[in-house]
Design a protein around this ligand. Structure first.
Ligand SMILES: [Zn+2]
Length: 327
């Protein structure tokens, strides 16, 4: 499939979905609901080793809920992370491939069953290979501070991302999803890599935000998006894992800063207490609120809407319902 055709897959999906497509929800959250224990630096990637069937099951649950895009379980799956668990490089690479295969298999299985049903309301979903930020690999919260320290430069970030990106692209996802990028430097690294590796599929780059105004590093989104706007390899930009009450104003801000499509998938607004390793409820959105806000986010200009941490298939079902009813 040529590059133009591959880029068109995403545009077609957004169009078929009525102008705004649905991304899935929190992955680790749903694994935990099913009893998986993932309190580990590898987080949901641990499940790739221990319980791949559960990963597939969660993908199917999100498809049933109406997700048009599945994000793979590779967010915190990295080769150095797997090496630190005593796996070989080859085993680590196989697990990365597996994260894409599990999502593709779930998508194909679900779509095959849907095609037999006349007039169903689903779209054939796309698979986005998740590429978590360097901070997500460090598992020290730096994806929300943007502080990688003076020793982490552009080349180090590119080296960190390169092999995983190559393996994921080889495994055949429909797009790449860079997630919780906390600073300008890492956005630059992602863009240079996409060029150097001549990645033939579309990408989105998502930033986190802890103040609703800036990237976590304190850099302005203008600085970050100016870099991304120069790349034709990135089709979509946006925000993930930020509290939902920031989202509307961030969409409006992004609309002024870029012509690229905008994706948002906020967390539920609960606050992660890194020391106690638990979620603290604060300005939290329940599923009713997600349903209510989904159309506002779309009307503000988002083309892709889903959920991040602490959202579940029931959240996605409500978002999907709201967007379909009011499209
Ligand atoms: Zn999240």
């Amino acid at each position: 499939m040529g590059k133009g055709r591959r880029t068109a897959l995403l545009e077609d999906l957004i169009e078929k979905a009525g102008g705004c497509a649905v991304v899935d929800g929190g992955f680790a959250t749903q694994l935990e609901i099913h009893g998986a224990s993932i309190n580990d630096p590898l987080w949901s990637a641990l499940c790739l080793i221990k319980d791949p069937d559960l990963i597939k099951k969660v993908h199917i649950e999100y498809l049933e809920a109406g997700a048009d895009i599945l994000v793979t379980s590779s967010y915190q799956a990295t080769i150095p992370g797997f090496l630190s668990k005593g796996l070989s490089i080859v085993d680590g690479e196989r697990l990365l491939e597996k994260s894409v295969k599990l999502a593709r298999d779930a998508r194909d299985k679900f779509w095959e069953s849907m095609e037999k049903i006349p007039e169903h309301s689903y779209n054939r979903a796309l698979v986005a290979a998740s590429i978590g930020s360097y901070g997500a690999y460090l598992a020290d919260g730096s994806e929300y501070s943007g502080c990688y320290g003076p020793d982490v430069g552009l080349d180090k970030l590119k080296d960190f991302h390169r092999r995983r990106l190559q393996v994921l692209v080889e495994a055949g996802p429909d797009l790449l999803a860079f997630e919780t990028i906390p600073n300008k430097l890492e956005a630059q690294a992602c863009i240079e890599l996409l060029d150097e590796e001549d990645v033939p599929i579309p990408s989105w780059i998502c930033f986190s935000s802890v103040d609703g105004e800036h990237a976590p590093s304190g850099e302005s989104f203008k600085e970050c998006l100016d870099i991304i706007n120069k790349s034709d390899k990135v089709n979509v930009v946006g925000i993930n894992c930020a509290p939902p009450h920031f989202i509307e104003s961030l969409i409006c801000k992004f609309k002024k800063l870029t012509e690229k499509a905008i994706v948002i998938y906020p967390n539920s607004g609960e606050v992660w207490d890194g020391r106690a390793k638990r979620w603290l409820p604060s300005k939290c959105f329940d599923d009713d609120k997600f349903e209510q806000f989904a159309t506002r986010w779309r009307d503000s200009g988002a083309k892709l809407i889903g959920g991040c941490c602490r959202t579940t298939p029931s959240t996605i079902r409500r978002i999907s319902k709201a967007l379909k009813q009011n499209s």
